[in-house]
Design a protein around this ligand. Structure first.
Ligand SMILES: [Zn+2]
Ligand SMILES: [Zn+2]
Length: 337
């Protein structure tokens, strides 16, 4: 399912087209993966609608689980037949200052799977063998797939909050990623109260059922001021509201590749005394490092995390994207190839 042209997703046109492509040949250092499943990410909406620049034509998809079925030159034989996953990070230079200190997600040569190389909305894909992740046996294909992006970036976001057990965590938005952040927080910070803001009452109920201490609408005051807040919404308002409710010395971590609004790339006007004074910080999360992916997979297998999912066939990729666009985001959408 390939993207040829940028345009609005409105249900009237098909964003991606089903095509027969030649089987990818793995280059030196690469493996070919026979794709079992690929989960659908909100970033794909950003790519299709042009907020995340993508060289075209391109096969999207960066939450891929499959089996290695062919090796390029120089790749260790042991990879053949392994069940592996590919996440958003599909390449980095390995030599720059960011790669050196393990922050390969910030590498100037960072390659996004399904953006800079063809991804998993396909029967086969080729990828650098250094950027694949063995899938723990305890995880089913369709459950592991959404962990590769939403889970990994959720873990990175939680890490970037710098929270200690017992400190108050806030989450704005309760989609796939913050759902997994809540599960992670329950495991890693069991004494930390978690406050969730979500516009959708269903999501607020899901948050409470999943162990949140409190859930409210975007403009509601929580019973306790969070020491850190993770934002996963695609818009600005929740950020402006979250900053007001952040505790002094607190940090807002924004996990969004872009923001949908007229002024999406400009910080809206801040009320300095209410929103930044008292040593409040704002930090964004960019991409993921390999460690975020492998650590999340391990944690998920250890704690038996099971995401709520909804499956589609590869041919139904447009339908899955349309449903996300129209706000039907109950459960991660997974294409079963
Ligand atoms: Zn993603
Ligand atoms: Zn680098």
């Amino acid at each position: 399912m390939r993207l040829h042209q940028i345009g609005k997703i409105d249900g009237r046109r098909s964003s991606l087209s089903l095509e027969d492509l030649p089987l990818p040949e793995p280059a030196a250092g690469e493996v070919r993966i026979q794709v079992h499943v690929c989960a659908v990410c909100h970033t794909e909406l950003d790519q299709i609608e042009g907020r995340v620049a993508t060289p075209l034509p391109r096969v999207l998809g960066h939450q891929v689980v499959g089996k290695v079925d062919m090796l390029g030159e120089g790749v260790d034989e042991s990879f053949l037949g392994q069940r592996v996953g590919v996440g958003w990070i599909g390449g980095a230079c390995g030599q720059c200052r960011w790669c050196d200190r393990g922050e390969e997600n910030l590498c100037p040569d960072f390659e996004g799977t399904g953006r800079d190389l063809d991804g998993g909305y396909a029967e086969f894909m080729a990828v650098n063998a250094d950027f694949i992740h063995p899938i723990p046996e305890a995880l089913k294909d369709e459950h592991a797939a959404p962990f590769l992006c939403a889970g990994a970036i959720g873990l990175r976001s939680l890490r970037l909050t710098g929270l200690n057990n017992g400190q108050v965590l806030g989450l704005t938005g309760f989609g796939a990623s913050n759902h997994l952040v809540l599960a992670l927080a329950r495991a890693a910070l069991p004494e930390s109260p978690v406050m969730v803001w979500a516009r959708n009452p269903d999501q607020r109920e899901q948050a409470l059922a999943a162990g949140a201490t409190w859930a409210g609408d975007t403009f509601d005051d929580p019973p306790d001021q969070p020491d850190a807040i993770i934002d996963t919404t695609p818009v600005w308002t929740p950020i402006m509201e979250a900053l007001k409710r952040l505790a002094p010395g607190g940090r807002l971590v924004i996990n969004a590749i872009s923001k949908e609004a007229v002024d999406r790339n400009r910080l809206a006007e801040l009320d300095y005394p209410a929103q930044l004074w008292k040593e409040k910080e704002i930090k964004s999360v960019a991409n993921v490092a390999r460690r975020d992916i492998s650590d999340f997979l391990e944690t998920a297998a250890d704690h038996g995390f099971t995401p709520e999912i909804q499956t589609f066939s590869l041919e139904q990729a447009n339908q899955a994207l349309n449903e996300i666009r129209s706000g039907n985001i109950r459960g991660a959408k997974v294409l079963v190839i």
